[in-house]
Design a binder for this molecule. Structure first.
Ligand code: MLT
Length: 404
């Protein structure tokens, strides 16, 4: 008889953003013609930059001729893209990363979910609380947790590192030493950022304890302040303890195009094995490469024109972030984030739970956000809004909320 992977049964019924989409869908059906403003899921709204569109068109044309046609991409990515990444994202920041330490993929969500496969099931996993749900759910699916504890709203066997207002929404070293530590900075969902000296402490801690940090830097393009690292490889010793995940979704609007990459240095060894080699083996077996046309689009991101055009896109989203931050502050809300990240994290008013506030905003302002408790027990009492909407919608949403 066929049996199923019982670990899946430990998970809550559906993924956070699917849950929200269902709720909003039902609301729209019940209120036809109402204009709903969606500042929930962190999905971009601006079209791809002209230089990226040009590059896509050109690559599509190449696919139409036998001489320039491309079939399977190299497992680990085309050299032209890996070289551009290394030059622009790493060497220009003084990070010692080589092109063959970059693994091109179809996005950071896949990588952040898949990376746990190369580690043993007996590893102790630590995550921030609140946290991007993918890190937890994929470890639960793999069997690296116990059952879900309704009372504590978390999984047995996972180490949760509370990120609270009083510590700037940064985690502290947990009591129990973990093996795998997931960190995401600038942070989703709180919008907090970590300084280089603070991140250095985590790198030192991981090296001291033989742990591995899985560092999600998907939002690095939103860093506006000095002293905030764009990559964990800016820290000394990161090559021997860190894996970095990067995305083209938020910095270049590729949410519907799909492209990302993982960086694993050849010096990262655990259990006598180079993790680089395991990930290469996994990638080569389970992935046939990101499409040629998409990798060419990725290359355009690093062109001079690309950098200029994308700077404008990010500036537009960050203008929205300011509208949300300042508008809510003026309306009396306690607000965080929004300076080095496209997320604004706010305290729900009048002791409402996160989901009560979600319903209240949807009902009264027709604005969709994300309940903080969906990201973990310590997200309860908080709410996330994204800066990825249009300027007009963002302004209208904040006007509506302010009038409540
Ligand atoms: C979010 O809203 O947290 C993001 O869209 C998640 C993601 O990038 O997958």
């Amino acid at each position: 008889m066929v049996t199923v992977n019982k670990n899946y049964l430990k998970l809550q019924e559906s993924y956070l953003f699917s849950n929200i989409a269902k709720k909003v869908g039902a609301f729209c059906e019940a209120h036809p013609g109402e204009k709903i403003i969606r500042l929930g899921i962190g999905d971009v709204t601006q079209p791809l930059a002209p230089v990226i569109i040009d590059s896509l068109h050109k690559a599509v044309d190449e696919m139409a001729h036998a001489e320039t046609f491309h079939g399977y991409a190299p497992d680990l990515g085309y050299e032209f893209l890996r070289n551009a990444i290394v030059r622009h994202d790493y060497q220009s920041r003084g990070c010692q990363i080589e092109a063959d330490e970059i693994f091109i993929s179809d996005g950071a969500k896949s990588d952040s979910g898949n990376i746990q496969e190369i580690f043993g099931l007996d590893n102790k996993v630590a995550v921030c609380d609140p946290v991007y749900p993918v890190y937890v759910d994929t470890n639960v699916m793999a069997g690296r947790s116990g059952s879900y504890c309704e009372k504590n709203e978390n999984f047995h066997g996972i180490i949760y590192m509370p990120c609270r207002e009083e510590n700037g929404f940064l985690p502290e070293f947990p009591k129990e030493v973990p093996d795998l530590i997931y960190l995401c900075f600038p942070n989703n969902p709180t919008g907090s950022a970590i300084t280089k000296p603070e991140l250095q402490k985590w790198v030192d801690y991981a090296n001291l304890n033989g742990a591995v940090i899985i560092y999600d830097a998907a939002y690095e393009a939103y860093i506006s302040e000095e002293g905030i690292p764009h990559s964990i490889f800016e820290c000394e010793g990161a090559r021997t303890c860190a894996i970095e995940l990067r995305s083209f979704s938020k910095n270049a609007g590729f949410t519907g195009v799909r492209l990302g990459f993982t960086v694993i240095s050849k010096e990262l060894v655990r259990d006598g094995v180079r993790l680089h080699d395991l990930w290469a083996r996994r990638h080569g077996t389970k992935f046939n490469g990101a499409p040629y046309i998409v990798q060419r689009a990725g290359e355009a991101v690093y062109s001079l024109e690309g950098q200029i055009q994308l700077k404008e896109q990010i500036a537009a989203y960050m203008r929205n972030a300011r509208v949300i931050y300042e508008g809510l502050k003026e309306a009396g809300y306690a607000v965080y984030g929004g300076v080095n990240a496209p997320y604004i994290w706010l305290k729900t008013p009048d002791s409402m739970t996160s989901w009560e506030f979600f319903d209240y905003l949807l009902e009264k302002a027709k604005v969709v956000g994300t309940p903080g408790s969906g990201f973990g027990a310590h997200g309860e009492g908080y709410f996330r809004l994204t800066a990825f909407g249009s300027y007009e919608d963002t302004k209208e949403a904040i006007d509506r909320i302010s009038r409540l």
